[in-house]
Write a protein that binds this ligand. Structure first.
Ligand SMILES: Nc1ncnc2c1ncn2[C@@H]1O[C@H](COP(=O)(O)OP(=O)(O)OP(=O)(O)O)[C@@H](O)[C@H]1O
Length: 361
């Protein structure tokens, strides 16, 4: 496996994209290391597919530069960039067998027949589709079609694999198993992979590095753990994690305390950071809130609604000041709507953000 994080595989320098007067990608700088699995994630319309398609050469870059393996590729055709792309729609040729679908690109590139056969064999073994080679796409399940689409990328031996929401057309169960397959493929091949999704579970489980995008800008780039535990702003904090992080309007108090719904909470931040009375946002993940049955908690809330999911119960609560808050309650003792609960949490699990949503440290 090539996983030399010291070597640069893909470098984006101030990459921009406009459609007419509408700018949709606003100057993105990003360095992707050799062998890294990078996931672009963000809400619909944030520009993740556009960015991937610019790396692929399927969209022109309005401004900025793209390098792949040390080569400037900004103005090169897709076929000259050393990339292979897997699409959500599979994009297979319906009238060709699986074998011919796999071989087609290589034939076009005038590879010799023996080499093509070796590559098709190797790819179909990796993807466990050897028994399907004579079938046509119409005779395959969705998961099998996606394997063929991935196989078509593998046979080309690209430097970089690009995936554009490859699992979105599959049902939930198949998505999980294909996700594991893609992780295995990355481990076996060791190539750089760039993957676009709006599914945060795919992002968290597949990525070495997650790039969270919003409105054509990078909000944060980091390991899944950094993004989850150390979000740079309220957008990232609320986007990654399910149920989402509670983001509560609070006031900065004396001596580094935060005032929320009549309670005073130790923030762990230096009092000099903020003027007393300034508005702050307190972030608390649902799994970090514990219902305290035998001791007074820091916060009191009323349960509006509860959802039982077996091992876990989600409690949708309201604070005295009317703000909503979700609690992930893991206990055999279930709690019903209407109950008043007192909540405990470790101050080190609190995240604080300023009025503009930027993290306070
Ligand atoms: N050909 C085009 N002409 C004009 N605007 C476009 C064009 N293609 C995309 N856009 C706009 O660019 C922005 C980014 O689109 P893009 O498809 O990259 O978003 P995305 O994050 O991949 O969204 P989704 O998750 O919905 O696929 C959107 O606002 C979109 O409307």
């Amino acid at each position: 496996m090539t996983n030399d994080m010291g070597n640069k595989s893909v470098v984006l320098q101030d990459v921009r994209k406009s459609y007419g007067s509408l700018q949709v990608v606003h100057g993105i700088d990003l360095t992707i290391a050799e062998g890294e699995f990078v996931v672009f994630v963000g809400p619909s319309g944030c520009g993740k597919s556009t960015l991937l398609r610019m790396i692929a050469g399927l969209e022109d870059v309005t401004d900025g530069e793209i390098e792949i393996k040390g080569r400037l590729v900004t103005d090169l055709d897709p076929s000259e960039r050393g990339i292979a792309m897997v699409f959500q729609s599979y994009a297979l040729y319906p009238h060709m067998s699986v074998r011919d679908n796999l071989a087609f690109g290589l034939k076009m590139a005038r590879n010799n027949a023996a080499d093509i056969e070796t590559r098709v064999k190797a790819a179909s073994a990796i993807l466990k589709i050897d028994h399907l080679l004579e079938r046509r796409p119409g005779q395959l399940s969705g998961g099998q079609r996606q394997r063929v689409a991935i196989g078509r990328a593998i046979v080309r031996k690209p430097d970089v694999f690009l995936f554009d929401e490859p699992l979105s057309n599959l049902d939930a169960e198949l998505r999980v198993s294909m996700r594991i397959e893609i992780a295995r493929l990355h481990r076996e091949l060791g190539n750089t992979m760039i993957y676009v999704t709006h599914d945060q579970t795919e992002a968290m489980t597949l990525a070495d590095k997650i790039v969270v995008l919003r409105d054509g800008r990078v909000e944060q780039a980091g390991t899944p753990r950094e993004i989850y535990e150390d979000p740079a702003n309220t957008f990232v904090a609320g986007f990654i994690g399910s149920p989402r992080m509670n983001l509560l309007n609070a006031g900065w108090g004396e001596k580094g305390l935060v005032e929320l719904a009549g309670a005073r909470i130790a923030s762990g931040l230096s009092p000099a950071d903020r003027p007393a009375g300034a508005a702050v946002t307190l972030g608390l993940r649902p799994e970090h809130l514990k219902v305290a049955s035998d001791q007074p908690g820091s916060l009191t809330a009323t349960v509006d609604f509860s959802e039982y999911l077996g091992g876990t119960q989600y409690l949708y609560c309201q604070l005295a000041d009317g703000q909503s808050l979700t609690v992930e309650h893991r206990s055999p003792i279930s709690i019903a709507a209407g109950e008043e609960v007192s909540l405990l949490f470790d101050p080190s699990d609190c995240r604080l953000f300023d009025e503009g949503g930027k993290r306070l440290r």
